[in-house]
Ligand binder design. Structure first.
Ligand code: 5GP
Ligand code: ZN
Length: 113
């Protein structure tokens, strides 16, 4: 369930005193340490999955999306925000505990690089 040395497992287990924006039974959200927009938060499951490819619990994915909605609302994005899951190094994944980025507070460009 918990992967040793995984920074996001530590955050989810409250080992690092991270302030949570939203919390559900099986997820938490918190601000990104290196924000790429005025609003930039991450929603993660408490259970460790290294990437989207490892998740077979589709209801969990739905709850992560609900967590993204709540996080965006609490951080005041209004109706304009972006949800991103980078999957694999080539797609920009750098932390291998699945996380949903919630970005907002500015106009977003498309396509992303
Ligand atoms: P990825 O590149 O895997 O899609 O996203 C990882 C994100 O996690 C990055 O935006 C990075 O800034 C963020 N991040 C990495 N380490 C930490 C940390 O210790 N605390 C927080 N709050 N965010 C982190
Ligand atoms: Zn983990």
């Amino acid at each position: 369930m918990v992967q040793k040395d995984c920074i996001f497992c530590k955050i989810a287990n409250r080992e690092l005193n991270t302030e949570f924006i939203a919390e559900g039974e099986d997820y938490v959200s918190f601000k990104d340490i290196s924000p790429q927009a005025p609003v930039h938060a991450l929603v993660i499951p408490k259970r460790h999955y290294s990437s989207l490819n490892e998740v077979d619990d589709m209801e969990l994915l739905g709850r992560l999306m609900k967590g993204a909605q709540k996080t965006a609302e609490k951080l005041g994005t209004g109706d304009n925000y972006r949800v991103v899951i980078n999957t694999g190094e080539g797609a920009g994944q750098s932390v291998f505990h699945i996380h949903v980025h919630v970005l907002g507070g500015r106009v977003m460009q498309w396509p992303p690089g």
